[in-house]
Design a protein around this ligand. Structure first.
Ligand code: PMV
Length: 354
């Protein structure tokens, strides 16, 4: 008879940090030097869709990313696969006569097909959605019983920021204390309905790939920046408390102040790295000035900005009216050309099974 194939498809949105993760205290387990908080985007726009399949006819684990086969030999993929396999449980599909025991999972191989619905080169939250989706889909395929926080600690070993994509709304990654990393995981602060009138606009300033990867950049910052030590010990712990409070109270003025300040401090520690790392460019700086000037003239902030390891601006508007005004300004001062484009998003839900 034909060998059977069992498949699961999942979809996971990306996330954008408003209190940044930058720097690891353990590079293998991916344990951060401080807590971070992020917003999960709407899966309709920036997300990864991953199908995982298992069959007795597969002779090795294989993966395709956007239709092209990639190697799974890297430590990050291997860690995720090993951790999920260790948690696999029995499954039985009576209709199709498929029975897989806990023991069988050690010998069975998987095929993984993953698609990003956004250009991978744009440098937008590249690996976060990918590893979160991979771990979530494998866990469902293998009938692992762990909840999303426990799965987040596995996704974290693929890419740190991935752990925050297991939940929707606002999400906190607790740095954790224990050496094995089991308490370095994500929890939901509030769900996507809590502050649904926020509008997120992404201004793609350059779709070129970044020059310094986050892995290399973080390593060099930890090795050389004294400012990072101060940030991680003295600044972020206080900001995390304040940020959680402004999110719970929907206090946009405080939220915007903290978000912009933390983005600027992240880029300051990059500048404090030896040799210095520059992620923002002239256009990024002009966008910051434009938003700062507008917020000041309004008396109360209308828009927050944040930039990751690249020049693209993530702008968070207080409501639809502020978003419309922001788009007008951006289109006037930064008319889209071959390299710039504008997109808007709303807060998103957690990973879903398709
Ligand atoms: O998880 P990584 O290695 O892609 O690092 C992400 C780092 C930032 O995006 C700059 C900040 C963050 O908290 O997401």
């Amino acid at each position: 008879s034909e060998p059977w194939v069992k498949m699961v498809t999942a979809q996971t949105p990306t996330n954008i940090a408003v209190i940044k993760y930058w720097g690891k205290r353990d590079e293998t387990l991916i344990l951060p030097v401080n807590d971070s908080i992020s917003i999960t985007l709407d899966p309709a726009h920036l997300c990864t869709t991953t199908t995982v399949a298992v069959s007795p006819s597969f002779v090795q684990d294989r993966m395709w990313l956007n239709g092209k086969e990639i190697s799974l030999s890297g430590g990050r993929y291997q860690n995720c696969l090993r951790e999920i396999r260790a948690r696999a449980c029995d499954i039985e599909d009576k209709e199709r006569g498929i029975k897989i025991s806990k023991k069988d999972w050690e010998k069975l191989h998987v095929h993984i097909a993953s698609y990003n619905n956004f250009p991978t080169a744009a440098g937008l939250a590249s690996s976060a959605a990918g590893f979160a989706c991979l771990v979530f889909a494998l866990a469902k395929l293998m009938n692992a019983k762990e909840d999303n926080s426990e799965l987040s600690a596995i996704a974290r070993q693929g890419s740190g920021s991935a752990c925050r994509s297991l939940f929707g709304g606002f999400v906190k990654w607790n740095m954790g204390k224990v050496e094995d990393g089991s308490d370095s995981l994500a929890i939901q602060v509030v769900d996507e309905k809590h502050w649904h009138d926020l509008v997120i606009i992404i201004a793609v300033v350059s779709s070129r790939e970044k020059e310094t990867s986050s892995t290399t950049g973080m390593h060099e910052t930890v090795e050389t920046s004294l400012l990072l030590q101060h940030r991680a010990k003295e600044i972020v712990p206080k900001r995390i408390v304040q940020m959680e409070m402004s999110i719970k109270n929907r206090d946009f003025a405080s939220f915007a102040h903290l978000t912009c300040a933390d983005s600027n401090q992240f880029h300051a520690v990059c500048l404090d790295t030896c040799p210095p790392i520059f992620y923002m460019n002239d256009t990024s700086h002009r966008i910051i000035s434009c938003v700062e000037k507008w917020n000041r003239s309004e008396g109360t902030p209308q828009v927050a900005y944040t930039f990751d390891a690249g020049p693209n601006a993530v702008l968070i508007a207080h409501n639809r009216k502020a978003a419309a005004q922001l788009l007008q300004k951006l289109l006037f001062y930064f008319p889209p050309n071959s390299d710039t484009q504008l997109n808007s998003y709303v807060l998103g839900d957690k990973s879903i099974l398709k």
